[in-house]
Design a protein around this ligand. Structure first.
Ligand code: FBP
Length: 345
């Protein structure tokens, strides 16, 4: 991009066109400012006193590190100074009302993938913004279609902000010298048919039938009468996988599987799957559980997990087609899926 557009000037432009974005823009600026601070802490790591030591297990069931708690504190402080009625963080048991008169509610995973940090692999902050309903806390239990904006920050070789706002997905990179995000791409569109998949293949024996069938077809490629030979990627960091899909397409799967505790997959609906699904759809891609559109789901419990399959239209459509006509209770059968539509046939 030739012109230098800062996040602030971009948000001013969008707010001038749509005044209802004004408060949302303030929240985004608050998260972006906190993410610059968090990026510094991540980069300094042990030099800033971050030991990576494990602490308590949070309510989501994950082991907290000192950096998780620091990230949570930074995001909370930023959101308290923004027009936010309630926050729901991965690190807390329940959503929390902070200013009931404010217009917006924010669900946030302050630091996703912190287990990757000791290997210097990208991690991120994921956020979802909703207009506050008349019953503040019920806002988080509305379907994902209630979101008015979402985004994530990737702390990697560059610090990248991906923002879904006003039906557009735009990306920004942190200009470290001037400590501000600069617009790098407007109206990102996901390639509709990239033959690339991302899944933790070590879980193959636990997968349900349709997921195994889809991945087996991808692996067989043209030797199995497929249209294409697939490439595979697995970073084990949701933000990095999502950014890759936005840039070059493909499909990401974290399905439900037969391991104890994985009946509904691994990822969390309110602060991981909902925001990523909004970003996918606004960028022309899709996100499902294999059977249902993620944005139509409403959480029953705060830290509810959900299977997440997202990315290029073709890949997500093929996974959904393989699920069609199969019963969830027969999913884990090793028998061939009767009358299933093969990926390439
Ligand atoms: P958190 O525990 O920090 O929420 O981790 C989530 C995550 O790291 C995702 O970013 C990633 O997609 C997934 O877990 C990897 O899971 P697995 O280790 O089971 O492959």
């Amino acid at each position: 991009m030739d012109e230098r557009v800062t996040l602030r000037s971009h948000l001013d432009q969008v707010s001038a066109r749509s005044p209802n974005v004004f408060a949302i823009a303030e929240v985004i600026e608050a998260i972006a400012a906190a993410s610059i601070e968090l990026g510094d802490l991540i980069a300094d790591g042990p030099m800033a006193g971050i030991t990576g030591r494990l602490g308590a297990v949070n309510s989501a069931g994950d082991q907290q590190k000192d950096i998780d708690l620091a990230a949570d504190g930074m995001m909370r402080r930023a959101l308290r100074a923004a027009p936010v009625a309630a926050i729901f963080s991965e690190e807390s048991e329940l959503p929390e009302v902070i200013n009931s008169g404010a217009p917006l509610c924010v669900a946030i995973d302050p630091l996703d993938g912190s287990a990757n940090l000791e290997n210097n692999i990208s991690v991120g902050t994921i956020f979802s913004i909703r207009p506050c309903g008349s019953d503040v806390l019920s806002t988080f239990f509305e379907p994902g279609t209630a979101q008015c904006a979402a985004g994530f920050v990737v702390y990697g070789p560059q610090t990248t902000l991906v923002l879904a706002l006003n039906n557009s997905v735009d990306t920004f990179i942190l200009d470290r010298r001037n400590r501000e995000f600069l617009l790098t791409a407007r109206g990102v569109k996901i390639a509709p048919n990239t033959p690339e998949f991302a899944i933790n293949a070590s879980n193959r024996r636990h997968w349900h039938g349709p997921v195994r069938a889809y991945i087996d077809d991808c692996l067989a490629g043209t030797a199995g009468n497929g249209e294409a030979d697939f490439n595979m990627r697995w970073i084990g960091s949701l933000v990095a996988e999502t950014l890759r899909i936005l840039i070059r397409g493909g499909v990401f799967l974290y399905p439900a599987d037969a391991r104890p505790g994985y009946r509904e997959g691994r990822l969390r609906l309110i602060y991981e799957a909902h925001p990523m699904a909004l970003i996918m759809e606004w960028a022309g891609g899709a996100a499902t559980t294999g059977r249902r559109r993620i944005l139509e789901l409403a959480a029953r419990t705060p830290h509810q997990r959900v299977p997440l399959i997202m990315g290029s239209m073709r890949g997500v459509g093929d996974v959904a087609a393989i699920h069609e006509g199969t019963e969830p209770m027969f999913d884990n059968s090793d028998a061939p899926l009767f009358a299933r539509r093969g990926l390439f046939r």
